[in-house]
Design a protein around this ligand. Structure first.
Ligand code: HEC
Ligand code: HEC
Length: 530
């Protein structure tokens, strides 16, 4: 299938997939932790308490620890086996990790959902977030000393730091050590109540049966069931069965490791596509939320959510998640324990139950009533605000609104192309009838037609839109080949600036949304976290 080819051919060599390798033996990681640190780190570090120097004053995400240990290997020549590294990351994330509240707002980096403009406090923006994301340090907690030593490490590892990255406009090192480090120690403090509370809280094992729903670029929305069977401490074997919105079946297998009691990292193969799952579980272990992405092209992915199947019936999603007033449509209600009458909320009439099982009920329904987010119920199973009822799409947002693609190839031996998976979000105007105001109603993802256009006058003159690549009907942008292109003036490469345009609706009533896309040169640096 053409769609599948697009995705699998966009393989960007990712660094170290964190999710553990299939079939690796599980040992009691926690008990071994101090011994592992001693064996792998003491050749350079000194013993401190039951740990080692430098580690004690820091807490971070599993990916953060992975990044640090990778630096020990790549920059300092530490020899650490893959198995020891895996267990060290687990131990360090469990004992010196982040509480769920400490990762809120920054999870896009863990999910590798990087096509976004960050909101970073001004004091850190110019000194830190010109080189890498702000989330990189916002996902760490350190003592003031440790923040300061990090500044020393920066200048030590990159002595020319002050001469590049637009750094000549200030005294980087002085400011970093004297002003930024103390500020970081307050804003991202090592000793935080959130972490103490989380460490003291009882842990809920995340094994069992989960109802899952999500989206995969090129494939579309899907729903199914994921069974997680315990295969060691915080380690699970996964079996996934489900189907896409068009009815096609999907099935997969894999493994997952849970870090810090809630950080779910899965490594699954669904119908031949290698995927990674990054989710966070809630404190009760009943719901997980996050993203699933291609293993070798991490930006290509979509949302993934999981609800634990238990004693209580539940409604998880409605597909599609919106119904236009005056229209009759088929809707699929997804959940578990679905028996009894179907209610799609005020003003929506269920005309017919087309098919039903305990997991999914397909109905024909017609919306009247008024705009709003309706609760959905099947018998005693309930889901809040799952169905958007609307009259008119007032505006369309393109997701991601700002993105970077990278030319690559030609051929597999060259740098891989980095594409972008687009989706269109519809909004209704809300009660005030005006689009773009606070009361706009998010209608969710809508089908759209996709095209690209030059982003500005310069890009227009250079015909960027003819060279940078193409966007498919599935919203997947595939960049052009790397290297000089004789068809362009001065043999310019296929880079450029375009707008990605989503057109929603038909016949005289279309609404367009635009996103900015920079098609850039290949990125030769691969990082654990951007
Ligand atoms: C070959 C020597 C060597 C080995 C082995 C080594 N380290 Fe390091 N480590 C260093 C040096 C040098 C630094 C200071 C420069 C830096 O931060 O990269 C450092 C710094 C660190 C830091 C502070 C990093 C930061 O971001 O502030 C941590 C944490 C750390 N090491 C953890 C470990 C762990 C855990 C191990 C064992 C798994 C380990 N190191 C093994 C040499 C080593
Ligand atoms: C000149 C570019 C540059 C600037 C400016 C910069 N960094 Fe970095 N930073 C890097 C690089 C490169 C690495 C990766 C080092 C490695 O692990 O290989 C890094 C790594 C990090 C890490 C991860 C370290 C670990 O292993 O735990 C943190 C946290 C961090 N930087 C925070 C900051 C903060 C805070 C500032 C602002 C005061 C800052 N950076 C400014 C380039 C920069």
């Amino acid at each position: 299938m053409e769609k599948e080819k697009n995705i699998t051919s966009m393989v960007a060599a990712g660094l170290l997939a964190l999710a553990a390798t299939i079939g690796a033996p599980e040992r009691a990681a926690a008990a071994d932790g101090p011994a592992l640190l001693a064996a792998n780190c003491l050749s350079c570090h000194s013993a401190q308490g039951d740990g080692i120097s430098r580690v004690e004053g820091q807490r971070k995400s599993p990916e953060g620890w992975q990044m640090t240990i990778t630096r020990m290997q790549e920059q300092h020549g530490a020899k650490i086996s893959a198995e020891d590294k895996r267990r060290l990351i687990k131990y360090l994330a469990d004992t010196r990790g982040l509480a769920p509240a400490e990762t809120a707002g920054w999870r896009y980096l863990l999910e590798h959902d990087n096509n976004r403009v960050e909101t970073i406090d001004e004091r850190y923006r110019d000194l830190c977030a010109r080189c890498h994301s702000g989330a990189r340090f916002a996902l760490q907690r350190r003592s003031e000393d440790e923040w300061r030593l990090l500044m020393h490490a920066h200048i030590g590892l990159n002595p020319t730091l002050e001469f590049h990255s637009l750094a000549r406009d200030r005294q980087w090192f002085q400011l970093a050590v004297n002003e930024v480090a103390p500020a970081l120690a307050k804003d991202f403090a090592l000793d935080a109540r959130a972490w103490k509370t989380w460490q003291a809280a009882p842990r809920v094992a995340l094994g069992g049966s989960w109802r899952i729903a999500g989206f995969l670029p090129g494939k579309g929305a899907f729903e199914g069931r994921m069974r997680a069977t315990a295969a060691g401490a915080d380690r699970f074997e996964l079996a996934i069965e489900g189907r896409y919105a068009d009815g096609a079946a999907l099935s997969g297998r894999g493994v997952a490791t849970v870090y810090t009691g809630y950080e779910w990292r899965g490594s699954v193969d669904i119908d031949g596509i290698a995927l990674r799952q990054v989710m966070a579980a809630d404190a009760r272990g009943e719901r997980m939320q996050g993203r699933q992405h291609l293993a070798d092209s991490r930006r290509m992915g979509g949302e993934l959510s999981a609800l634990r199947e238990g004693a209580a019936p539940l409604v998880m999603a409605v597909m599609p998640a919106q119904l236009r007033r005056g229209e009759t449509a088929e809707l699929t209600v997804v959940g578990s324990g679905l028996s009894g009458a179907v209610s799609l909320g005020k003003g929506v009439r269920v005309l017919e139950v087309v098919s039903r099982s305990a997991d999914r009920v397909v109905v024909r329904a017609r919306a009247e009533g008024r705009d709003g987010l309706n609760d959905v119920a099947v018998g005693t199973a309930r889901g809040k605000g799952l169905l958007a009822v609307y009259d008119r799409v007032a505006r369309v947002e393109v997701e991601p609104a700002n993105a970077i693609a990278r030319v690559g190839g030609p051929g597999d031996a060259q740098m891989e192309k980095v594409g972008v998976a687009y989706r269109a979000v519809g909004w209704a105007a809300g009660r005030d009838g005006k689009a773009g105001t606070a009361d706009d109603l998010r209608l969710g993802y809508l089908p759209a037609r996709w095209s690209i256009e030059a982003a500005d006058e310069e890009a227009e003159k250079a015909h960027d839109a003819d060279f940078v690549g193409h966007i498919g009907a599935d919203g997947v942008f595939v960049p052009g080949d790397a290297g000089p292109n004789p068809a362009r003036p001065k043999s310019l490469g296929n880079t450029g600036r375009v707008n990605v345009v989503a057109t929603v609706g038909g016949a005289g009533a279309t609404v367009e949304g635009r996103g900015k896309l920079d098609v850039a040169v290949p990125d030769f640096v691969h990082r654990a976290l951007d």
